[in-house]
Design a protein around this ligand. Structure first.
Ligand SMILES: [Zn+2]
Length: 236
């Protein structure tokens, strides 16, 4: 019986350590996820700015084409002026030139406005690009560090699982099941010490006779309050 109790205690110790290692692994994974999420956020901002810039450039190029057309109209009309014979026709062509020039001027104002927005968006994108590059470099380095520690952590977990399976194998099937059930139902603590008459799992007082019987070690007992398996260490 003493041997089984010792096995259970060893198993509990291993499982508690395994939980710590598993938490370490989860922390590492979460950190990597957070780093990647931040990079994704920056990349989305850069992409969205690039999209806006591309739309504006398309609009600007339409304005530039329209202006080239108007300038062509101005030149063509002005070219006709020397050949004009009548005053009426002359005035009409001058009016055409005037209208085309005015349109050109409006178009140029439109192009200038687009240029101004483009300039500010490009500056914004350049800044985000820089931020992204710097963050990506840092995140990559940190992810590599975490990856390296994950290798060690995973190796440790595999070794622990192997050890755990071997330890479980040594327990009678019934006790093994009881242990596993308690592990899942009692927050990963299946066997606890009873000290000063109380269960250290739930901190409830045990019946005195039961507490005293724990030192005799003739059978493995459970806390009547939390059902955890109990062991007692004789005071020094
Ligand atoms: Zn208890």
């Amino acid at each position: 019986m003493h041997k089984q109790l010792q096995l259970l205690r060893d198993l509990q110790e291993l499982d508690t350590e395994r939980k710590t290692v598993e938490t370490e692994r989860q922390v590492g994974l979460k950190e990597q996820q957070a780093l990647n999420a931040e990079l994704e956020r920056l990349q989305k901002m850069v992409d969205s700015l690039a999209g806006e810039i591309s739309v504006l450039e398309g609009e600007k190029s339409e304005l530039v084409s329209a202006m080239a057309l108007e300038q062509g109209n101005v030149e063509r009309s002005e070219g006709r002026l020397p050949q004009i014979k009548t005053q009426k026709e002359y005035v009409a062509v001058l009016k055409e030139v005037d209208t085309a020039k005015k349109l050109s001027k409006d178009l140029q104002a439109g192009i200038d406005a687009k240029d101004e927005i483009l300039q500010s968006l490009t500056a914004d994108k350049d800044e985000k690009d820089g931020e992204l590059a710097a963050n990506a470099e840092q995140a990559e380095a940190r992810c590599a560090e975490v990856d390296a520690s994950m290798v060690a952590v995973n190796k440790k977990l595999v070794e622990m699982d192997r050890q755990r399976a071997a330890q479980l194998e040594e327990l009678p099937k019934k006790l093994r099941k009881r242990y596993e059930l308690l592990m899942s139902r009692r927050a990963g603590v299946a066997i606890v010490e009873a000290r000063n008459g109380a269960c250290l799992g739930c901190h409830m007082q045990l019946p005195p006779q039961m507490f005293n019987s724990l030192f005799v070690l003739n059978e493995i007992q459970s806390c009547p309050h939390c059902s955890r398996l109990l062991f007692a260490t004789a005071p020094d």
